[in-house]
Design a protein around this ligand. Structure first.
Ligand SMILES: [Cu+2]
Length: 306
């Protein structure tokens, strides 16, 4: 009874927003300096791969592939090895980019929505879903939201809510692009280098091979030919649309429900991330990446992020 009440509450809260890892690193008190340097040109620059997690392996225990979930409020359980959830990734403080003070987490994506951040392996409610088929994708992330690209760390599956209706959007062996970052709101110095990161399945990037076209506000900025993190620099304050599109060796968009994806993000240099010590743990909506409850959603309300 008690569990059900908690579960229902968590579900309502989770459903209220597909909230995500869009927070900001703790402020250091001098972010105001960056307002003086207004960006001149938007550009995408190559980043570097974070230290590997060679043993990372993710399995989704619930829902199982093609499971018909009896309730519209869906709970996800996973098993993750090779990555310690909730611990900082070494080097996060030195990168000068947004990171979650809650540490390493899993990006959980339902259908084509922005990801939600999962900090424990069980009892994670992904919200109230419509009847019929849905797609779940998940992969672990460093604390600065760079995906862990170890083979075996990515899961994509279909499941159903209440009724086994609808066609699967995932095709076995077909090239699949999974948009991860950027997402949400960026404030203060986090605005200067914004991580662009994606997951790729069944496709190899390279000259004469597949590519990912990255556009910002409708303008193509680059065709990315390496599967690695990039940074968007020079984005002026305001709302922006970032689009990633998988193209084949022929230059055409690869068919598939998820191979062209876009997100709106908000950049506000003048807004300061909340000071890290200003509020008790787990109540902030502003300064860290808690799109969702850390672990047991039945006990902790998710933090809303756009
Ligand atoms: Cu993240």
């Amino acid at each position: 009874m008690r569990f059900q009440r908690f579960a229902a509450l968590a579900c309502v809260l989770a459903a209220a927003s597909f909230i995500g890892c869009g927070g900001n690193k703790p402020g250091n008190g001098d972010e105001g300096d960056s307002t003086a340097t207004m960006p001149k040109e938007v550009r995408i620059v190559k980043g570097e791969n974070g230290a590997p997690f060679p043993d990372a392996k993710l399995q989704v225990l619930m829902p199982t592939p093609n499971q018909v979930v009896g309730k519209d409020c869906v709970m996800v359980k996973v098993q993750l090895t090779g990555v310690d959830l909730g611990t900082p990734t070494e080097g996060e403080q030195s990168k000068g980019i947004n990171f979650s003070k809650d540490g390493q987490h899993i990006h959980v994506i339902v259908d084509d929505k922005p990801y939600m951040a999962m900090y424990k392996t069980d009892s994670f409610y992904v919200g109230k879903l419509s009847e019929g088929i849905h797609t779940l994708r998940a992969f672990p992330s460093r604390s600065w939201h760079e995906s862990i690209k170890t083979p075996g760390a990515f899961v994509a599956e279909s499941f159903y809510v209440k009724k086994k209706t609808g066609e699967p959007l995932l095709k076995d062996g077909a090239p699949l692009l999974t948009y991860s970052r950027p997402k949400g709101d960026y404030k203060g110095k986090d605005c200067d280098r914004i991580l662009l990161d994606f997951y790729l399945s069944n496709a190899e990037l390279g000259a004469g091979k597949y590519g990912v076209i990255a556009s910002v506000d409708g303008q193509v900025k680059d065709t990315l030919r390496q599967w690695m993190p990039y940074f968007i620099e020079g984005l002026p304050d305001g709302e922006h649309t970032v689009k990633l599109e998988l193209i084949g060796p022929d230059g055409k968009t690869v068919p598939g429900a998820f191979n062209s994806a876009e997100r709106k993000i908000k950049v506000a240099r003048s807004e300061q991330p909340a000071p890290p010590m200003a509020m008790p743990h787990d109540t902030s909506a502003a300064h860290h990446d808690s799109s969702a409850p850390k672990g047991d959603a039945s006990k902790q309300a998710p933090k809303k992020k756009p």
